[in-house]
Design a protein. Structure first.
Length: 485
């Protein structure tokens, strides 16, 4: 009996020791794989809950409803800006702006969007396409209060707008963060009103930075997989610190998990100008530029340096006055290296009009420095005819310059040439087969740089003479058209 009791005590002791060892091992493994809370935040690990972020920031996100009288074939209007996608005829939408479409009828267009309050006095940031040409703008807060809003300023180039309401008390506001500090893979939160569903919160990560989607000259989008849908336009993209890092703006038609937001650092300067001046002014250098390929770097002797190639210098503009020439390679602006044409455009645009900038340039292997006083950028409409008062030349054609914006819309590598925006029925141009959308690059083997060069060459051709047009035609490539003046 005593022996049995001793055996039981022995086995119980061994079991207790084993249990202690198992618990000790479990604690050791748990400690090994447990990340301190401060470290977890640094790593951007999956948060336990977005509840606190949503509760804190949602009151400053608003629902924007707009109404305007318009004409069109379809009264249903998309409240969300989508990136133009390739179609059978990529020029169809572009040239409908110039020549119109089928007979239209009047109707009221209503759209939905989002926005967020940036100060207690009622200034609200949203997208330009949400409020553009709106006759009436209504802002609805999370608590249900409604206000009429007025537009304080718009900037179509960045698709940003600033509107204002007149509250009877202080409003909650969101703090702007630092989009440059964002890292791919970092968690973010999107708040908005997709499809009119008020204050919807979605989460995701930063998928990419610096995306160019062909929406304008200042493309520099944040890509995220946080669910963004029509109605989210103008809503904030918030980081885990509760600060706005982007303004939700665009989606890819037919895509899933691919949304784009304007970096808040790009928006800050625009918002400030809209708030103080009601408009945005940008610096203008007056050059055509393009990125350097490895072959171009070798040709121009740039080697391992960064830089942007000057392909054209516009007569009378700041660069021309300062002495820059086509073929120069701009290496630095005010001591800061430039690597892409998009980066150079942004740096110049953000500089103050009238400010002198210093350009470090490589010309035929020699380093040069130029001091250029920037003028104000004139943002012309891509399809605005330039030329004779009637808009048609002696051949019955109307042409316009190819602006950087137009080049981006048409996926052109440069803005060399002129684009045909109108052809008079029965004219020489019409009979020869020239059509709207044709891009004229040469006339009689002489390059056409802009409308002025085009007009000069047309004027030198006498009546009855044969004219050869070297044309880039969409979906077909380069063609030669011969006609008699």
């Amino acid at each position: 009996m005593k022996r049995d009791n001793s055996m039981r005590r022995f086995l119980a002791g061994r079991a207790a020791v084993a249990l202690v060892m198992i618990l000790a091992g479990f604690l050791a493994v748990s400690t090994l794989f447990t990340i301190p809370e401060s470290r977890a935040k640094d790593m951007g690990s999956v948060p336990e809950s977005f509840t606190a972020l949503a509760e804190k920031n949602s009151p400053a996100v608003v629902n924007i409803q707009t109404e305007k009288n318009g004409k069109g074939n379809n009264p249903m209007m998309s409240p969300f800006h989508k990136r133009p996608m390739p179609k059978d005829d990529p020029f169809q939408d572009f040239f409908e702006k110039f020549f119109g479409g089928p007979p239209q009828r009047e109707f009221k267009q209503r759209s939905l969007g989002s926005g967020f309050i940036i100060d207690k006095d009622g200034f609200i940031v949203t997208n330009n396409h949400v409020v553009e040409e709106a006759d009436k703008i209504k802002v609805i807060l999370k608590d249900g209060r409604e206000f009429d809003a007025e537009v304080k300023g718009r900037d179509p180039n960045t698709d940003l707008a600033l509107i204002k309401i007149k509250p009877d008390e202080s409003l909650p506001a969101l703090e702007l963060g630092d989009s440059d500090a964002l890292k791919v893979g970092e968690w973010v939160l999107a708040i908005g009103n997709p499809f009119g569903l008020e204050h919807t919160v979605t989460s995701g990560i930063i998928s990419a930075k610096g995306r160019v989607i062909g929406s304008g000259p200042y493309d520099d989008f944040i890509q995220t997989d946080a669910s963004i849908n029509p109605g989210n336009s103008g809503g904030p993209l918030i980081n885990m610190a509760g600060k706005v890092v982007g303004i939700n703006t665009a989606i890819v038609a037919g895509g899933q998990g691919i949304g784009f937001a304007i970096p808040v650092n790009l928006a800050k300067g625009v918002i400030n100008q809209l708030k103080t001046k009601g408009e945005v002014t940008r610096g203008w250098l007056g050059v055509g530029i393009q990125d350097l390929t490895p072959e171009l770097k070798e040709y121009y002797g740039v080697k391992d340096k960064k830089g942007v190639l000057v392909t054209q210098v516009f007569p009378g503009d700041p660069a021309d006055k300062a002495g820059l020439k086509s073929g120069d390679v701009i290496l630095k602006v005010n001591g800061n290296e430039v690597d892409t044409s998009r980066e150079l455009s942004r740096m110049i645009a953000e500089a103050h009009v009238g400010k002198e900038v210093t350009l470090d340039v490589l010309r035929k292997g020699s380093s040069k420095t130029f001091h250029v006083e920037l003028s104000k950028r004139k943002d012309t409409k891509p399809g605005e005819p330039v030329g004779s008062p009637e808009g048609k030349d002696a051949l019955g054609m109307s042409v316009t310059n190819i602006t950087p914006e137009t080049a981006g819309q048409l996926n052109l590598k440069d803005n060399q040439g002129v684009i045909v925006v109108g052809v008079e029925p029965g004219s020489a141009g019409d009979k020869a087969g020239i059509t709207p959308g044709d891009i004229i690059r040469e006339i009689n083997r002489e390059p056409v740089t802009d409308v002025s060069a085009y007009e000069k060459q047309i004027e030198t051709i006498k009546s009855g003479e044969t004219v050869y047009f070297y044309i880039l035609r969409p979906n077909r490539g380069y063609i030669v058209i011969k006609l008699t003046k």
